[in-house]
Design a protein around this ligand. Structure first.
Ligand code: GUN
Length: 723
């Protein structure tokens, strides 16, 4: 709470049993808004921990707390340990008093000093014990820094030595939260090894170490490679900290890849040097007449006035300015995670700096990915030609895609070629190709030339021809979509220029799309619907048929079948059987509101907002009864396939949670015993007990690996209990 005199009250301690726990409260793919529970408050992530040099104070930590609402900072225990005055005061009064900061204090261990100066004279156990003695919230072990110029075997030795020091350091921390840094230099396989081995130890947080020189050299492509290799192999219930990363330009991309904490002295180091940070790069105060961003620190001064100040005053002012810009970009990232737009923010930022763009393109243009269209854009082919083979690291992209949810509310705003590579677009397409099945053997009809809603133009026509043996698709800028999914996002709601819709079907492209949908060697009939004049007759002529009567129920059933298959993983024959003889309650605008089965039970309700489908308790019971395989008994955490036809994922909860869940309460982490490997955030799951009895229907907030590791927070948001 902020008081009238501008000070803020001290933080409330977290609940004792929660100390050190991390929970996710909102997510967008691998990006997450989290809460880290500590004795000096519950830290909201992602966030920046400003670096405080205990010897040189540019912005007072107290001011950071009161004025900027900074909840956590990082300082260096080795610097404190080396200076007797600081050491004695820290040991006598504690580090919070030494620094005069009431929030979370993380300390580093001296590893970075050993990288800069060659060696440090403190012991592995000694430095952790010291951090514990001075009362830090989060200590750091003395890891072995891996430089980008080191050979594979040198890096491997450093990784092994760091792992070897791990348990000794955890023991020396004696219960204090401790950082277990991931090393591995430029070698993704060593990063992965480090991540796996450090995850096996009882660390609280995993910083990514050895990245400062990589960032200094703007090798951002290596940085994202490292990030993917580390993150996909780390235990997801531990926050990930980017050691020494404080340039706001990097935040969106790294947050999108799952970074939770950042620290940096950049705000002050750059200020000393007369440089200002912006989300698109760095500018020199000596070269500007206008501020790129107006911030409180400088709003009463022009750049010329700041240039005229003495060095100390200018450094303080520019440090504050840099800190404000940095905090602003971090807030922007958090909001984007909440809004489901973090990837778009990273995508936009990637256009602002060539090295960032290179990194971004490396990530999204993987030649081995089968579902994306290999559009021959210059920049993409150029990036492939750098010769870099992604090899076995492609699965790391699957790790990212697999955590995305789709369909999403709102329009997909067109961002050029990048739109195809958004991970949530990719999961929508992967799921479509894996789960949708053709039911007709005749010619293929492709409508093109207009944006959604297509039903207004051709809905009546489809009702007349849907009884024929033709498969009907719509051409969209994101690929072909079967008619049954005509209102499903992202295909149904793309905000972009008109020409996107005017493109004539390209035969080779259509063939590729159809073959991804499992359709080969069929005659293709394309129908331009930009002009609906005489459309019915045009199509009847093309199909060589006479006028036909409408069969609206057939069309509606086919739509529900497609949604059940693609969105809920239902087997095609089962979906057809469920929808047999069903009837429909319609909205005033002629869209399906409820599907009632042959026994009169309301089973499903398509969602009008994004084209998804809601399942009632009766619907859940029907889907539950269709299950052919046994109840899951554990967690398979690296299976990114779609298991077509095996139904909605099952999540098994323990008997303590059973009565609560059956009454409609959420499933909390720590109570999940097992789940199907295709459990994904945003997808509907059936919650069962270990005998397979249905308890509830809900929406997973988590991947299988998260369900197997988290101990705090909501695992499954229950929609309805099934008592
Ligand atoms: N600060 C910046 N990089 C590192 C690193 O790799 N390890 C530690 N302990 N601190 C760092």
């Amino acid at each position: 709470m902020k008081w009238q005199d501008g000070t803020r009250s001290n933080p409330a301690k977290c609940r004792e049993k929660d100390t050190g726990r991390f929970e996710i409260v909102a997510r967008d793919g691998q990006a997450r808004i989290g809460k880290l529970h500590t004795e000096h408050g519950i830290l909201q992530t992602p966030c920046l921990l400003p670096v405080i040099n205990p010897n040189i104070r540019t912005i007072e930590p107290r001011e950071m707390w009161d004025k900027y609402g900074i909840q956590a900072l990082i300082t260096n225990s080795y610097v404190i340990w080396k200076h007797d005055k600081l050491k004695d005061k820290a040991l006598a009064e504690g580090v919070h008093s030494l620094i005069d900061f009431p929030g979370v204090i993380m300390t580093d261990s001296g590893t970075f000093q050993s990288y800069v100066y060659g060696d440090v004279e403190v012991g592995v156990e000694e430095i952790v014990k010291f951090q514990n003695d001075i009362g830090v919230d989060i200590a750091t072990m003395l890891d072995v820094f891996t430089r980008p110029d080191m050979t594979f075997s040198e890096v491997e030795k450093a990784v092994d030595e760091t792992v070897k020091r791990g348990q000794i350091s955890i023991d020396a921390a004696n219960g204090t939260m401790i950082n277990g840094p991931i090393q591995g230099g430029l070698f993704p396989e060593l990063r992965a090894k480090s991540a796996v081995e450090m995850s096996a130890l009882d660390f609280s947080i995993h910083p990514i170490g050895g990245i400062v020189p990589i960032m200094e050299q703007q090798k951002y492509r290596d940085l994202v490679k490292i990030m993917l290799a580390c993150k996909s192999n780390l235990s997801p219930n531990r926050p990930v900290h980017m050691f020494g990363c404080g340039h706001p330009m990097l935040f969106p991309m790294l947050v999108a890849l799952g970074a939770d904490l950042f620290d940096s002295a950049a705000y002050v180091l750059f200020a000393r040097d007369g440089r200002i940070l912006t989300p698109w790069g760095t500018e020199r105060i000596s070269e500007i007449e206008e501020w790129p961003i107006i911030m409180p620190a400088i709003c009463n001064y022009s750049p010329a006035e700041v240039r005229a100040m003495d060095k100390q005053e200018r450094t303080i002012l520019l440090s504050k300015y840099n800190l404000e810009v940095t905090l602003q970009e971090m807030s922007r990232c958090r909001q984007a995670v909440r809004d489901g737009t973090i990837w778009r923010l990273a995508e936009r930022r990637s256009h602002e700096h060539p090295a960032l763009r290179e990194a971004f393109l490396w990530m999204v243009t993987n030649p081995a990915r089968s579902t994306m269209d290999p559009l021959l854009l210059d920049e993409i082919s150029a990036s492939k030609e750098t010769g870099e083979q992604r090899g076995k690291w492609e699965e790391n992209w699957d790790w990212l895609v697999n955590s995305q949810h789709s369909p999403r509310n709102g329009g997909e705003s067109w961002g050029g070629i990048d739109t195809h590579h958004r991970p949530h677009v990719e999961i929508a397409r992967r799921r479509l190709f894996a789960r949708w099945k053709s039911r007709k053997s005749g010619d293929v009809i492709i409508f093109h030339g207009a944006s959604a809603p297509w039903r207004e133009r051709v809905g009546d026509l489809v009702e007349r021809i849907c009884s024929l043996d033709n498969e009907i698709f719509v051409q969209t800028p994101l690929g072909l979509v079967p008619w049954g999914l005509e209102d499903l996002n992202p295909w149904a709601h793309i905000e972009g220029p008109d020409w996107l819709w005017k493109r004539k079907p390209d035969y080779a492209w259509v063939q590729r799309e159809l073959s991804r949908l499992g359709i080969h060697d069929r005659k293709i009939i394309t129908v331009d619907i930009s002009d609906t004049e005489d459309l019915h007759n045009r199509v009847f002529d093309l199909l060589e048929i006479k006028a036909m009567d409408r069969t609206p129920e057939l069309k509606k059933r086919a739509q529900i079948v497609d949604k059940l298959c693609v969105l809920n993983n239902v087997d095609l024959d089962d979906a057809i059987e469920l929808c047999k003889d069903s009837t429909f309650v319609m909205s005033r605008t002629g869209r399906i509101r409820n599907m009632i089965d042959a026994e009169g039970l309301h089973l499903f309700s398509p969602r009008l907002a994004e084209g998804g489908i809601s399942i009632t308790v009766e619907g859940a019971r029907k889907l539950h009864a269709l299950r052919k395989q046994s109840t899951p008994t554990g967690f398979i955490t690296d299976d990114y396939s779609f298991h077509p036809g095996e139904g909605p994922a099952w999540v098994v909860v323990d008997e303590d949670a059973e009565p609560f869940v059956a009454q409609g309460r959420n499933v909390m982490h720590g109570f999940v015993l097992a789940c199907d490997p295709w459990t994904r955030p945003g997808e509907i799951v059936l919650v069962v007990n270990s005998d397979g009895k249905l308890l509830a229907i809900g929406r997973s907030q988590s991947t299988a690996k998260e369900l197997s590791t988290f101990t705090k927070g909501i695992a499954i948001k229950v929609r309805e209990g099934c008592p």
